[in-house]
Design a protein around this ligand. Structure first.
Ligand SMILES: Nc1ncnc2c1ncn2[C@@H]1O[C@H](COP(=O)(O)OP(=O)(O)OP(=O)(O)O)[C@@H](O)[C@H]1O
Ligand SMILES: [Mg+2]
Length: 370
């Protein structure tokens, strides 16, 4: 999987920009406000159909413009070339074309171009609510287990239908329908539960190896909580059956994988509570790189890595560790920094073969290939 070329129009201050990325390491440098994060945002749009900064299209589209477009030539994991284009209008309407054919599902983009972004918003993975961490697991499962997306969609349908019923009323007719959707929720919920447990085990192992081999042992561990009390209710169906009245009273689906939590422990506490800002960034990198390792080992896939302002807040030892990981797992990577000196010596030493892009006022002013 490789992004061979990129054309960006009307994404924030990037009015019209073309670039030919390096197959492994790309450095993007430029002063504050020059457009570095916007460039990563454009690549992420192409890879996922959405921005990592905002769900609102009008914030991403350049002022005084009505539409943004991003176009890329991509080599898929079998080495087959594809032309991919995405455009978004002010109302949020998104048009995706792959090889000239319109696609409705954003997951088609993600399959073609798996991408991981580590940017300012990624701190939510540590500091934010459980949905961020569930999303991390589901992203990983989407890429490693082929049938996960269908399971996840079926589960969402059951939960949505149930939620509507729970708000509708409490008569015998509703209870009969609830029994049906409880069964559906339990069937798909157990599959998601099993997939997530498998994935967390693999991720935990990869996390241990990532830290031990590269960073040095960290007191970092993961704990998955399934979203219902399995000690009391070994199966989701038992939990749902026993709690019909409680759910009717609260008019909400209170149990199941959509309520699951992935705790990130640092020693005896939670990373959210005990880590410094730099340690949180290290946690983010460790968890995301463990995902890269898992994806590579289970599917022989390497995702595109978008590492915004990577050198900030990380000391030389940790930068060197991450650089060594990137050398061993050759993902096509984009790293932004204010200037070349901010990129650690390790990155230049380990990636003598790289491409450096200078961005200023939304324009590419210079491209240097080493
Ligand atoms: N919708 C928009 N239209 C035009 N310009 C925008 C829009 N949204 C943001 N900008 C501007 O785009 C510029 C680039 O922002 P970006 O976040 O990419 O900068 P950056 O190079 O990553 O800066 P920093 O080093 O501070 O992180 C900023 O000057 C910002 O004000
Ligand atoms: Mg930025």
């Amino acid at each position: 999987m490789l992004l061979k070329s990129l054309e960006v129009s009307h994404v924030r201050n990037l009015q019209s920009l073309k670039l030919l990325p390096h197959s492994t390491m790309n450095f993007v440098v430029g002063p504050n406000g020059s457009g570095k994060t916007s460039l990563l945002e454009a690549i992420y749009l192409l890879a996922s159909g959405r921005s990592f900064r905002t769900p609102l299209a009008r914030k991403i589209i350049s002022h005084q413009q009505s539409e943004l477009t991003v176009f890329g030539e991509i080599l898929d994991s079998s080495g087959i070339a594809h032309r991919v284009g995405i455009s978004k209008g002010l109302d949020g309407d998104t048009l995706v074309r792959i090889d000239g054919v319109r696609r409705e599902r954003m997951s088609d983009l993600a399959t073609l171009l798996p991408a991981i972004s580590i940017d300012a918003s990624s701190f939510e993975l540590v500091d934010g609510g459980p949905s961020e961490r569930r999303h991390l697991l589901d992203w990983g499962l989407f890429h490693v287990e082929h049938d996960f997306l269908e399971q996840w969609k079926s589960y969402q349908v059951a939960v949505k239908q149930k939620a509507t019923l729970l708000r509708t009323g409490n008569d015998s007719h509703i209870r009969k329908q609830l029994a049906h959707w409880n069964e559906q929720q339990a069937v798909w919920g157990e599959k998601i539960q099993a997939s997530r447990v498998r994935y967390v085990d693999a991720l935990q192992l990869a996390l241990h190896r990532t830290t031990a081999h590269y960073v040095g042992t960290l007191p970092l561990s993961l704990e998955y909580r399934p979203g219902w009390n399995r000690a009391t209710y070994p199966s989701l169906m038992e939990c749902l059956s026993a709690n019909i009245n409680a759910e009717l009273e609260r008019q909400a689906c209170c149990y199941g994988p959509h309520k699951a939590e992935l705790l990130i422990h640092w020693g005896a506490g939670l990373a959210r509570d005990v880590c410094s800002r730099g340690q949180k960034k290290l946690v983010l990198y460790a968890v995301r790189l463990a995902q890269v390792m898992t994806l590579f080992e289970q599917r022989k896939l390497v995702p595109l890595l978008l590492l915004d302002d990577m050198p900030a807040e990380l000391d030389d030892h940790n930068l060197h560790s991450i650089a060594r990981f990137l050398r061993d797992y050759p993902c096509q990577t984009f790293i932004t920094a204010i200037h070349g000196q901010a990129l650690s010596k390790a990155l230049f030493e380990l990636f003598q073969d790289h491409r450096m892009f200078h961005v200023e006022h939304g324009q590419l002013i210079q491209t240097i290939s080493a």
